[in-house]
Design a protein around this ligand. Structure first.
Ligand SMILES: *Cc1c(COP(=O)(O)O)cnc(C)c1O
Length: 407
């Protein structure tokens, strides 16, 4: 048993390496506790969480209201399946619809499931409402998209690592350049059911489209009778300083996919929300999920909706986000090529000659800040929206320490 002589961190990592598939390459930090914006590892070292579970932890680790809602529900009933009604479901749907200004909620679990659900709904809408000939509906998507990992979703990914060896692929998608209305206009036909986009592309490196693009997409969709589907799984629920990233352009989508922060960092909760005209096409038996809309998910989801309804997290994201962008902006020309993003969310593009994203993430972990690269040269910064200004500054200082060059 040589393993027992290894430090705790190495022992845990060795266990993962031996028994888990190798579909991730985590930083060598083994977390055992979390509270607010902080996590603690198995050696007792503390780190600021500057990733927030890819925006799943918008309210921080173990927000007391969310934990209380979960604990209360654990003492009642946790799962019924949708074979029966339960007393938390309707209220969750109503409150989420009211928060988002929509009519109906399709409750699911993971983000990818929400996207799959939106694709199915858009296709059925195309055949039953728009009148597209059977089997010919198309969905237009953007290059460098990230919508999840199922076989259908990777069918329209432009990332070779996500696609290679996983074909044959699902047909019915057209990829256009993100940010180009001309490309989009050329791609839309009478058979187009929907345009599916991230209003800010998270995995691509927190890419914000040109001003007016999202509004232009909406107008084109209206002109051509096409649904606009906004994947707000990462950008939504306060991350950019508004409930939805689309709100920055005053644009409404026909369907929104939600996930990540909807589960409060406690359990997977996702949904498609939208208008009755569109989501109303589903009939019993056509779509579902055993765990979708379960009592525990609904209890936590309602508590998340209550937090967002105060507007407090959106406001914090706007105010602290302005501070984050001002301070990161000072690094441009000094080791940083560009800073993108909105609210408390930034893609920091490391200048040529600087560390790779992975090296920078490892160096930051050494300074007690957990960040993760996205793409090879971009650091994604997404602290919990409840973070204090002092903690935010502490994390930004560390980023400066790792990336800043003289000159
Ligand atoms: C994370 C993410 C997904 C997929 O969510 P999972 O819960 O990982 O399946 C889909 N779309 C966007 C924009 C995401 O950021």
């Amino acid at each position: 048993m040589t393993a027992t002589f290894l430090p705790a961190t190495e022992q845990f990592i060795a266990l993962d390496e031996e028994w888990s598939t190798h579909n991730y390459h985590p930083l060598p930090v083994v977390i055992s506790h979390g509270e607010g914006a902080w996590v603690t590892d198995v050696e007792g070292r503390r780190y600021l969480d500057f990733l927030s579970g890819y925006s799943s932890l918008n309210f921080g680790h173990r927000h007391p209201d969310l934990v209380a809602a979960a604990v209360e529900q654990l003492g009642r009933v946790t799962l019924t399946s949708r074979a029966f009604h339960h007393d938390r479901f309707g209220a969750f749907c109503r409150e989420l619809a009211e928060l988002t200004g929509t009519d109906l909620v399709l409750a699911m679990n993971s983000g990818a499931e929400a996207v799959e659900s939106a694709i199915k709904v858009a296709r059925k809408w195309a055949y039953r409402v728009k009148g597209v000939p059977a089997g010919e509906a198309e969905i237009v998507v953007a290059g460098s998209n990230f919508h999840g990992r199922t076989t259908t979703i990777v069918s329209f990914s432009t990332d070779d690592t996500a696609r290679d060896d996983f074909g044959p692929f699902t047909p019915g998608f057209r990829v256009v350049r993100y940010g180009s209305l001309d490309d989009l206009r050329a791609a839309v036909t009478d058979r187009t059911a929907a345009v599916l986009l991230e209003p800010v592309q998270g995995e691509a490196g927190v890419v914000v489209p040109p001003a007016g693009y999202l509004r232009g997409v909406r107008e084109l969709c209206d002109e051509r009778g096409v649904l606009m589907i906004a994947d707000e799984i990462q950008s939504g629920l306060g991350r950019t300083g508004e409930l939805f990233a689309l709100d920055h352009e005053g644009v409404r989508a026909d369907l929104y996919t939600l996930g990540k922060a909807l589960g409060g960092g406690i359990l997977p909760v996702s949904a498609v929300v939208g208008s009755r005209d569109v989501l109303g096409v589903l009939r019993p038996g056509e779509h579902g999920s055993t765990f979708g809309g379960n009592p525990l998910a609904c209890a936590v989801g309602r508590a998340v909706v209550r937090l967002l309804a105060t507007g407090e997290y959106q406001r914090r994201s706007r105010e602290l986000g302005a501070h984050l962008h001002a301070r990161l902006g000072e690094l441009v020309g000094h080791g940083v090529a560009e800073v993108r993003g909105r609210g408390l969310w930034a893609g920091v593009e490391i200048a040529p000659g600087g560390p790779r994203g992975r090296e920078a993430s490892e160096a930051l972990a050494g300074l007690g800040v957990l960040c993760k690269e996205t793409q090879d040269t971009t650091l994604r910064v997404a602290p919990p929206l409840m973070i204090s200004r002092e903690d935010l500054d502490r994390g930004i200082d560390a980023i400066g320490q790792v990336l800043r060059t003289r000159g």
